[in-house]
Ligand binder design. Structure first.
Ligand SMILES: *Cc1c(COP(=O)(O)O)cnc(C)c1O
Length: 448
């Protein structure tokens, strides 16, 4: 073990990890990054096929973004955001309002995805308190939802691995069974789907709407659930029902925003405009923690009054609206335009599809699914039964280690191996990413 690894393990508690695992699989100490690649202290190179936890857009140590940071730090690193403002935040807010779905005209700043979700929930709750519908206190989420890991965000999450033990601490929320396209209970195919599964959500809303403030959803792809992709019809139906029953539709675009799904924002696939939208991850192209919660004027106005009416939204974080983060986000949006990113991603996405579909020939590859720059392979015991492997087998974890040896950072979610590379990948990197996935699958399952 490298000295740095020993020191790391002496002092550091890593996220989302059983630290005992690190005894046999110590942390990889990264020295530098360039484009889609990371280099460790021993010079070994890794292709970052998961965009460093879904945040990176234009590669590591991107020249244009590095320059934007250098220019900003020379002027202003940070300033209190209450009563004060600065150019990068103003520019960013104006740009974001322009490019997000219509009606989202006001922008609240925070500093990570979970905080943006907390802001969304608090706003929605307070809105109904202040318009005289105090019974609307609860939120609805769908099965296997993920919205972050602070207590409020966990409350609208439905992944046991993250929230089971904390349940006594969490808000009481409603869970509606969500779409499960690979194992569709309604016997539909992608072609015949009319989001029949929306019935479950409809039932919850029809019975409980008087108590419901908002429905929170990851549009188009449930990321942490294993890149579960579902029909835009579901979102259309959700928006209609939310409007009918005066419920906020909260779109959590933290993972799917900024071109991940092929559109700038995933809501565009369905042509829906939520009442509240959360953004983070790709917002700063993978450089800095920053997040935004956008909302309609209708919501904003319910908080707008004389101070003595005590209707203000008294939420804040110390690093709210950090100027360096905002300058990076502005630089990132500029890259989208200058380099025509959404269009060049079309070719890259097609390339991922073409190569990954080949893996369907292996009996343990149950499905390949893809939307834009997100592709996922679901591994199963066999294609007929679609039965997943027991979590105790830790199939994904072993594939992860095998792929790292090959120099590719693929980090499966349970039995789902996914590809979510930075947008700077070229065919060569796509080949390496999918070729390595194939190699480790063949090796693990012992195919000749
Ligand atoms: C990552 C994620 C979050 C939480 O963001 P953090 O910055 O990790 O707190 C919330 N919602 C979704 C959909 C995410 O993917």
């Amino acid at each position: 073990m490298h000295d740095l690894q020993k020191k790391d393990l002496q002092y550091i508690w890593h996220p989302c990890s059983q630290m005992k695992d690190y005894e046999t699989f110590p942390p990889i100490v990264i020295e530098r990054g360039e484009g889609a690649y990371l280099y460790d202290v021993e010079g070994k190179c890794y292709l970052d096929a998961v965009s460093s936890w879904w945040v990176n857009l234009f590669g590591h140590s991107n020249k244009k973004i590095n320059q934007a940071i250098a220019a900003q730090v020379e002027k202003l690193e940070h300033v209190i955001f209450a009563n004060f403002s600065h150019k990068p935040a103003i520019r960013l807010a104006e740009e974001i309002v322009k490019i997000t779905p219509g009606g989202l005209n006001k922008v609240f700043f925070a500093d990570n995805g979970s905080s943006a979700v907390e802001v969304a929930l608090k706003l929605s709750f307070q809105y109904y308190q202040q318009i005289g519908k105090p019974k609307k206190t609860r939120f609805v989420a769908i099965s296997e939802s993920y919205h972050g890991e602070t207590l409020g965000a966990l409350s609208v999450g439905d992944i046991d691995l993250y929230n089971e033990i904390y349940k006594p601490l969490l808000l009481k929320t409603f869970k509606a069974e969500g779409p499960d396209c690979y194992r569709c209970k309604y016997g539909q195919s992608r072609e015949t789907c009319d989001a029949q599964c929306f019935e479950a959500m409809k039932a919850v809303i029809e019975v409980h709407h008087e108590e419901i403030a908002g429905v929170i959803i990851e549009p188009m792809i449930q990321g942490a659930a294993g890149m579960k992709i579902y029909s835009p019809i579901y979102l259309k139906k959700l928006q209609e029902l939310c409007t009918q029953y005066d419920i906020h539709m909260i779109a959590d675009e933290i993972a799917v925003g900024f071109g991940r799904t092929g559109k700038m924002f995933a809501c565009e696939h369905a042509g829906v405009s939520p009442d509240i939208m959360t953004l983070s991850k790709g917002l700063t192209a993978g450089y800095m923690p920053l997040s935004l919660t956008l909302m309609t004027d209708k919501i904003y106005e319910v908080f707008y009054d004389d101070y003595l009416a005590l209707k203000a939204f008294m939420h804040s974080h110390s690093y709210t609206g950090n100027p360096i983060g905002c300058a990076i986000a502005c630089a990132s949006l500029k890259i989208f335009q200058e380099e025509n990113i959404l269009e060049s991603n079309l070719m890259k996405a097609a390339c991922i599809r073409e190569k990954a579909e080949n893996l369907l020939k292996y009996p343990h590859v149950g499905e390949f699914r893809q939307l834009g720059m997100v592709g996922a392979i679901e591994l199963v015991e066999n294609q007929e039964s679609k039965k997943g492997f027991d979590w105790q087998k830790r199939v994904g974890y072993q594939l992860y280690q095998m792929a790292l040896k090959e120099g590719v950072l693929l980090r499966p979610l349970g039995n789902v191996l996914y590809f979510m590379p930075p947008y700077v990948v070229e065919e060569k990197e796509i080949d390496l990413m999918i070729g390595t996935a194939e190699k480790v699958i063949k090796e693990y399952f012992g195919y000749a």
